[in-house]
Design a protein around this ligand. Structure first.
Ligand code: CP
Length: 313
């Protein structure tokens, strides 16, 4: 692998180009093979310290970053807001400086404020990785999503032949934003679907199509990505009732019958079963939900490995 990786941080997909994204996906493939070769670990981050700083809840991202760092041989510390000095009013900047003073080589930050990882990255020499910042970006989620699509469909189809429908609460979704950047840079067609209040027309400036009629796009979709309603970020109601949302935008068996037989059904999790997706589809053969979780480990290993100054070997 000859491409050089010189970035200090991974803050957004927006700042990456197609070559960067493909390098991460290729490196992820190497780590997925290494993990499949039972019990194998890398030593590329031996002697390095990785701090998981999660100021918002997480199961998948936090656990897989922790495992990824361990599989690379790093020492790992995890901090959450409830058991840290954030509770006593310590600022993000002071917290970052404390961790840097303890020789943290990487800080993996999840925060409710958009831009928090960038704010810290500009003030520290430590590598910063955005693990989700408010409604802004969730770069490693989009990378693992692209990896999963390529693994399940890409070897048969090139990105330019792929139509990805992303349905749900686009306005408040960092996953949607990072996926739009990643998929359009890779060359896929993207359609955003949801209520008019949650899918504003301004998103069409990102080179995607917008519709408020899920049924009309199902027959042409290769991938349907469902998103959770992010009640924690909404200060008012964006649709009349959950029942109405489910009837217009929930993926159920009736809608599934309108789709291509090999359509991929994706969801970043956590899933609200019976709202954005019926349980039988979430657990069915077209679902990639647990593949996405598994692939998150390989992708996060790739990101830490490359940021640590290693090229894919
Ligand atoms: N997809 C995702 O970010 O899940 P967690 O909130 O569990 O990390």
């Amino acid at each position: 692998m000859s491409t050089a990786w010189t970035r200090k941080d991974l803050l957004t997909i927006r700042e990456l180009n197609r070559i960067d994204i493909e390098l991460i996906l290729d490196t992820g493939r190497i780590f997925k093979n290494l993990l499949a070769d039972s019990g194998k670990k890398s030593t590329s981050l031996e002697g390095h310290t990785v701090v998981n700083l999660f100021v918002e809840p997480s199961t998948r991202t936090r656990t897989s970053f922790e495992l990824a760092a361990k599989r690379l041989g790093a020492d790992v510390v995890s901090i959450d807001s409830n058991s840290s000095s954030f509770r006593k009013g310590e600022t993000l900047k002071d917290t970052g400086q404390v961790l840097e003073a303890m020789n943290a080589d990487f800080i993996i930050l999840r925060h409710s404020a958009a831009g928090a990882p960038q704010f810290l990255a500009e003030r520290l020499d430590t590598h910063l990785v955005n693990a989700g910042d408010g409604a802004h970006e969730h770069p490693t989620q989009a990378l693992l999503d692209a990896f999963t699509m390529h693994e399940r469909l890409g070897e048969k189809r090139s990105w330019k032949d792929l139509h990805v429908v992303i349905c749900g609460d686009i306005l408040f979704s960092r996953v949607a934003r990072s996926n739009v950047w990643a998929l359009t840079k890779l060359g896929a067609r993207v359609t955003l679907v949801g209520p008019t209040t949650l899918v504003p027309e301004i998103f069409s400036e990102l080179g995607v199509k917008i519709t408020h009629d899920l049924d009309s796009v199902l027959p042409d979709a290769d991938v349907i990505m469902l998103l959770r309603i992010q009640h924690e970020r909404q200060r008012r109601s964006f649709f009349p009732s959950v029942g109405e949302y489910v009837s217009l935008f929930g993926l159920n068996m009736t809608r599934f019958k309108k789709c291509k037989p090999d359509v991929l059904i994706m969801h970043p999790g956590p899933v609200n079963r019976g709202i954005e997706i019926a349980s039988e589809l979430a657990d069915g053969p077209n679902s990639t939900i647990l593949d996405q979780v598994k692939n998150g480990l390989a992708i996060r290993m790739a990101v830490l490995h490359l940021l640590g100054g290693n090229n894919a070997k």
